[in-house]
Design a protein around this ligand. Structure first.
Ligand code: ATP
Length: 229
């Protein structure tokens, strides 16, 4: 589902590469943690999958897309197959919960009757039924992240990328968000999550890909955050 083959990325303004000869292969339906210290290349990895950056060398593919080589006009199609959630939620603050989720479908031209049907379904999935008409500022951080996850998932993407999704949440709320990510993963969605959260990685025992200085230094099937540390 996701493949990086000998991928390097050197930013113009930087002397050392952000990613250095990275090869990673993620199957459909896998749940993968991407870990590593600040500056190790996690966000660059995710940005390459979204074609927000192109590699300096190597091949990136997501589903059937040859991401680095595809023409720019096909990029929106690629991005429709990938849902994203971030540490800072990134909700539209002037729209209600249901409008935030509906907007993700409106921009890709889904018909109104579909939107009216699927938005309540996905809000129920994330445990926000009853809060559809709230504004983001009327929600807790955990609830805001649930809205962001509903928005990322409403189009049933093949892949969900989560960049530090629990970074602004307390441990209990983080656990709830992880349960939701697991639930989304169980529907067959491939999940790739960049995180610094040791306890989450240690408790889930999923695949761990560790980056350091732009290189993959570990790829464990059922890993923990730190080995021997
Ligand atoms: N747009 C850019 N221009 C130049 N250098 C960049 C750019 N984005 C990232 N870098 C550099 O690339 C390296 C990897 O950064 P990246 O953001 O991918 O790391 P990260 O592991 O996601 O870090 P963090 O955990 O702090 O988010 C760093 O040295 C960073 O300074």
């Amino acid at each position: 589902m996701i493949q990086l083959e000998s991928v390097s990325k050197a930013y113009k303004t930087s002397t050392r590469p952000a990613l250095d000869d990275v090869t990673v292969d993620v199957d459909k339906g896998e749940f993968v943690f991407l870990i590593g210290p600040s500056g190790s290349g996690k966000s660059t990895f995710l940005r390459l999958l979204l074609r927000e950056e192109v590699p300096s060398k190597g091949r990136v593919s997501v589903s059937n897309f040859d991401v680095a080589k595809m023409p720019r006009r096909r990029v929106p199609r690629l991005r429709q197959t990938i849902g994203c959630v971030f540490q800072d939620f990134r909700l539209l603050n002037n729209k209600t919960v249901s409008e935030n989720v509906a907007f993700a479908l409106e921009v890709i031209g889904k018909p109104k009757h579909t939107i009216t049907k699927v938005v309540p379904e996905v809000l129920e999935l994330v445990g926000l039924d009853g809060k559809a008409d709230r504004m983001p500022h009327e929600l807790s951080g955990g609830e805001q992240q649930r809205v962001a996850m509903a928005r990322a998932f409403v189009n049933r993407p093949l892949v969900l990328l989560a960049d530090e999704p629990t970074g602004n949440l307390d441990p209990d709320t983080s656990q709830d968000i992880m349960l939701l990510l697991e639930r989304i993963n169980r529907t067959g969605t491939t999940v790739l999550m960049a995180t610094h959260d040791h306890s989450i990685v240690d408790s889930m025992r999923r695949r761990v890909v560790e980056l350091d200085n732009g290189k993959v230094i570990r790829d464990d099937r059922r890993g923990v955050y730190g080995v021997g540390r």
